[in-house]
Design a protein around this ligand. Structure first.
Ligand code: GDP
Ligand code: MN
Length: 399
């Protein structure tokens, strides 16, 4: 789960990390009060969307002006103007895709005087099974580009979970960033604070780009992007409360209500599969035969008829879907339950596209009989390969 920059900064502040003062706003009318509260003389007006690259982004609407999604304001009036221009309009950045994202919240922040910009992130390194830091002197830039062009400018190290973070980690960061004086001393504190926040809140990733040294010589977190491990959210109701559903795919939200593992993709073939491995194999084989999947969907090992019905409805409601492949290997999951779920869903929402069903395993004969006797226009398939070829063929013939 992702949160907005202003929410991430509030979380980091709880752990003592140095962030600027700021006020989130939702309506242009709130801009003046926020600006006066912060006092100036410089403010930053920051679009809050779940995507990076806002500074270099562009708004689609001419009314939003030429400047990007992060703007420096030199007066209260300018803060008000920017707020009016940005709120409600669509910001396109390298990370949003061409459709962009509507800006529904702004963060008005006290402006910092920047001496230098750095990059710092923390993530879970699967190779070492440890929490790792990534730091670079090349802040404010696209880190993938830095990694590609000048990998020597990126320093990484991991933290031994037995000892936790130690003062030497702070020294490593200070050295890698070439810090001196107060900022070098502050690095040790900051590294400890960020590590503590990361562990306590079960973060999956924490990215600070840029981390800055101010003209006054102090370290400050200028941008913050945080994502959390969804499997640990049950123990962080305070984080779940920060969820902004307008930033998420409505189909994925609906799927999460039924505890379905669903991810929307760009292709044309809707897939209902049980087990993540079989689901991945199904996506691959559809691709092999020349079409693309419209989604990843794992209905799980023990889905109820209700859950299967919900899954089928989510797939059919997607206008991109030009054909559906149901591929079930009944182990714990029973084929007759799947068959009843599919039929209940089709009866509720109809079926406008070809449907290929491949069932195998527990209660397979009962499942096949239910589908055959339903009178539905279902194309039966014998195995995974057969099923993929049939759905690809059906989708192409319908074009
Ligand atoms: P992003 O473009 O989505 O990564 O948004 P950032 O929060 O990183 O802001 C983009 C850029 O705006 C930063 O790299 C800074 O150069 C600049 N910026 C952000 N906040 C301030 C500030 O307080 N003062 C100044 N001078 N520049 C800022
Ligand atoms: Mn940034």
């Amino acid at each position: 789960m992702n949160i907005h920059e202003y929410q991430a900064k509030a979380v980091l502040k709880e752990f003592g990390a140095p962030v600027s003062r700021g006020v989130p706003i939702f309506k242009p009318e709130e801009a003046e009060k926020a600006a006066n509260e912060l006092g100036g003389p410089i403010w930053v007006v920051k679009s809050q969307i779940h995507a990076g690259g806002r500074g270099k982004g562009k708004f689609k609407e001419a009314a939003a002006g030429e400047k990007g999604g992060v703007r420096l304001a030199k007066s209260v009036d300018e803060v008000k103007t920017f707020a009016r221009e940005m709120l409600g309009n669509t910001l396109v950045t390298l990370q949003t895709g061409p459709a962009g994202k509507q800006v529904n919240r702004l963060y008005i922040e006290e402006g910092s005087e920047i001496e230098k910009e750095f990059y710092l992130s923390i993530l879970v390194d699967r190779a070492t099974s440890r929490i790792a830091f990534v730091v670079s002197t090349e802040g404010g830039m696209d880190i993938e580009e830095v990694a590609h062009n000048t990998p020597e400018k990126i320093k990484t190290f991991s933290v031994d979970p037995a000892t936790g973070v130690m003062p030497h980690h702070g020294l490593t960061v200070a050295k890698a960033l070439g810090l001196s004086g107060a900022a070098a001393k502050q690095a040790t504190g900051l590294v400890a604070q960020l590590y503590a926040a990361f562990v306590a809140k079960d973060m999956a990733m924490l990215e600070i780009n840029p981390l800055i040294v101010t003209k006054g010589g102090d370290l400050r977190v200028l941008d913050a992007k945080v994502s959390f491990d969804s499997n640990a959210l049950y123990r962080h109701p305070e984080i779940v409360a920060l969820r902004d559903e307008t930033e998420e795919d409505p189909k994925e939200i609906e799927a999460s209500k039924y505890d379905l593992a669903y991810i929307a993709l760009d292709g044309t073939i809707g897939c209902m599969v049980n087990g993540a491995g079989l689901a991945m194999a199904s996506l691959d084989i559809i691709q092999l035969y020349g079409e693309s999947p419209a989604n990843f969907l794992d209905v799980g090992g023990s889905a109820s008829e209700e859950k299967v019905t919900a899954a089928f409805k989510i797939i059919t409601a997607d206008p991109k879907v030009k054909g559906i492949l149901v591929n079930i290997f009944g182990g714990i999951m029973k084929c007759d339950v799947i068959a009843r779920g599919v039929i209940a869903a089709v009866q509720a929402v109809g079926l406008q596209v070809p449907l290929v069903v491949r069932l195998e395993g527990t209660n397979v004969e009962e499942g096949k009989t239910i589908i055959r006797e339903s009178g539905l226009n279902v194309i039966p398939a014998d195995d995974l390969d057969d099923a993929a070829q049939k759905i690809v063929k059906a989708v192409r013939e319908a074009r």
